[in-house]
Design a protein around this ligand. Structure first.
Ligand SMILES: Cc1cc2nc3c(=O)[nH]c(=O)nc-3n(C[C@H](O)[C@H](O)[C@H](O)COP(=O)(O)O)c2cc1C
Length: 304
């Protein structure tokens, strides 16, 4: 009998499946469509200190094997999250991973303090470092080991919650960044964020997205994500929330074999918002075929 429960950096979750940040807002609406059965945790849309309206439309475009988006971190801001959304989410009883995004290391520190003081179901903080660092001329924090480490330690020093830093694979050497984040005290890694992409209407000549380019997600990025998980897991030994293009239980097991302890599902929910329920039902059968009794048996088990 397969047991789907996992321990993720000390957190007990009933399933390794995690909803990816930004793909279901704060997750409140989703609860009324599918409930949360099958999910171990929900990662919320990245929160900033002030509310953000997001980018101009069009903000999503379907591509072969994936989707481009340029939402632009539209969110209600931390005050509205804590007063309006968190109480509703606490009633649902699902473990929450709160994603935070800032423009300076100080903003990340402040967000970490605010989130950590909040009551209820929050079990971890995810640090979205795919954001421009205004003190470094707008270069993305996650592009550099030093900046990624600095933001991670700013968060770690301001929370007692486990901290997962979410990396972009669109960098020169993701392993060096993962190592800097590990040295800064992260409890784990979340891999990967979207990859940069662009699509053009060949007839009119206009870009498909209002911001010209955006982030690519879905099955098209899965091999890049699997390699990032394998490389970073091997180099740091940190627990990994792995994902990028997960559509079924076979994909989940593939990420676990690469080194993921938990597996995130994002773009697949645009096709079917309840996809994670289906995946949770299929997972025990796929695990039986591998001989694994629990997800932990599969973590890093690729035969190389
Ligand atoms: C519409 C959309 C919004 C997203 N918003 C965020 C976000 O706010 N913060 C973040 O860290 N990642 C965000 N992501 C990235 C996802 O969390 C995930 O890392 C990425 O889409 C790859 O997984 P997938 O192929 O399963 O979607 C977003 C992705 C999509 C498609």
């Amino acid at each position: 009998m397969v047991d789907l429960s996992i321990k993720l950096a000390g957190i007990d979750l009933k399933s390794p499946l995690v909803l990816a940040s930004g793909t279901a807002g704060y997750g409140v609406e989703l609860a009324s469509i599918c409930g949360y059965s099958g999910l171990g945790a929900v990662t919320l849309k990245s929160l900033t200190i002030m509310p953000r309206p997001g980018n101009r439309s069009p903000r999503v475009w379907e591509t072969t094997g994936g989707m481009l988006n340029s939402i632009g971190l539209e969110n209600a801001g931390v005050d509205a999250f804590l007063s309006d959304f968190l109480p509703q989410l606490n009633e649902l009883g699902v473990p929450l991973i709160v994603s935070i995004a800032g423009e300076t290391a100080g903003e990340y520190a402040l967000l970490a303090r605010r989130i950590s003081g909040a009551p209820g179901s929050i079990v971890a903080i995810e640090v979205n470092v795919s954001c421009p660092n205004v003190e470094k001329g707008g270069l993305m924090f996650g592009a550099e080991p030093q900046a990624s480490g600095a933001v991670t330690s700013a968060v770690v020093e301001n929370t007692g919650l486990p901290v997962f830093t979410k990396l972009s694979a669109s960098v020169f050497d993701i392993v060096r960044i993962a190592e800097a984040v590990a040295a800064a005290g992260a409890s784990g890694l979340s891999l990967i964020n979207t990859l940069p992409g662009m699509a053009i209407n060949p007839v009119t000549g206009y870009p498909r997205l209002g911001t010209v380019s955006g982030g690519l997600s879905g099955p098209a990025i899965k091999p890049v994500a699997v390699k990032a998980v394998w490389d970073c897991y091997r180099a740091t030994g940190l627990p990994v929330i792995g994902g990028g293009g997960v559509y079924n239980a076979l994909d989940v097991v593939e990420f676990m074999r690469a080194g993921a302890t938990a597996v995130s599902i994002g773009t697949a929910t645009f096709q079917n918002p309840c996809r994670f329920e289906q995946i949770a039902c299929e997972l025990p059968d796929i695990m039986n075929r591998t001989g694994a009794l629990r997800p932990a048996d599969l973590v890093g088990s690729v035969k190389v």
